[in-house]
Design a protein around this ligand. Sequence first.
Ligand code: RBZ
Ligand code: NIO
Length: 355
Amino acid sequence: MSMEQLREQLTRIQPLDKDAIQQATQRQQQLTKPAGSLGRLEEIAIRLAGIQGTPIPKIQRRDVIVMAADHGVTREGVSAYPAEVTPQMVLNFLSGGAAINALARQAEAAVSIVDVGVATELHHPQLIERKIALGSANMVEGPALTSEQLFKAIQVGFDVLDEIAHQGSDLVAIGEMGIGNTTAASAISATLLQQPVEALTGYGTGINEQQRQHKIQVLQRAVQQNQPDPHDPLDVLAKVGGLEIAALTGVVIAAAAHRIPVLIDGFISSSAALIACALQPRITDYLFAGHASVEPGHRLILAQLGLTPLLSLDMRLGEGTGAVLAMHILEAALRTHREMATFADAGVSERTENT
Ligand SMILES: Cc1cc2ncn([C@H]3O[C@H](COP(=O)(O)O)[C@@H](O)[C@H]3O)c2cc1C
Ligand SMILES: O=C(O)c1cccnc1
């Protein structure tokens, strides 16, 4: 993929359908409940109407896309777990034994696992094998990705989303697996939000405070070395990002182009969404924030995107877990919107005037 093809995809993204929003809003006002009483469920149903371009939207097929890749920066000792966990967890996803598998079964969501850059040879009939490199380079020494790798990774996101859209997906959750990727997410978000890295650096998989201080120093070195340009999201993504984050950026852009709503997950997947929205601000209209991660940077990203998390369960796992859990909330919003009777249908008296 080239810059021109990316630009073309970005120009395909349309505003939400105003008529559908207006009709869905009217319907909400006619349903048998005090006006506004379903709170954010009402807003969700109305926004889904605008995304799908129909007053009574439906979610039938649900998908979660998990992008996996390794990070050269793990050599600096930034994670509580060794890098081998990335391929080991990919195999665990493929045999159905990870948290995302259990939650996806509950939500009846199809799981796609994509190897976009795991640092080990991996083969499995259910694995989407799109390896671009054996992990990113160590961002402390230079750019994490070459420009070619960056565009290839975004293309993987487009291709995987196109395939899922072709199969009729109505809702996509995004997740990731990559030991060391909270470091990349911190570097991306600190740069784009123009905040000091310490404000967006957390404990990841469970490092202690001393190790967090070390992680902050590593991040400062990486930013110093690469000088990512806060006004150039692709420069940031290449210099201090990662292959799975770039691929998720592609998924988010392509989903918005296909008018498919996207549930973003925790800190890492939200940093991919932050890049996508920096490229085309309209994309935020297509996003729902599944949950609020424990990672301190996550709150700051969501504030920047103007998104309120649907759940707050003190989770800090990734894989798409918080996003898939929140599918139940979107379903609930649509159930009430679709199935409730109107005041007229049910013969229920409407609000008294002048009170
Ligand atoms: C067993 C295991 C399963 C995981 N599933 C997601 N992550 C999460 O933790 C990693 C990021 O944290 P850090 O930057 O501290 O390495 C990512 O792989 C993320 O998806 C996991 C981590 C582990 C150890
Ligand atoms: O917020 C997340 O998604 C997260 C946090 C810690 C580790 N892995 C993922």
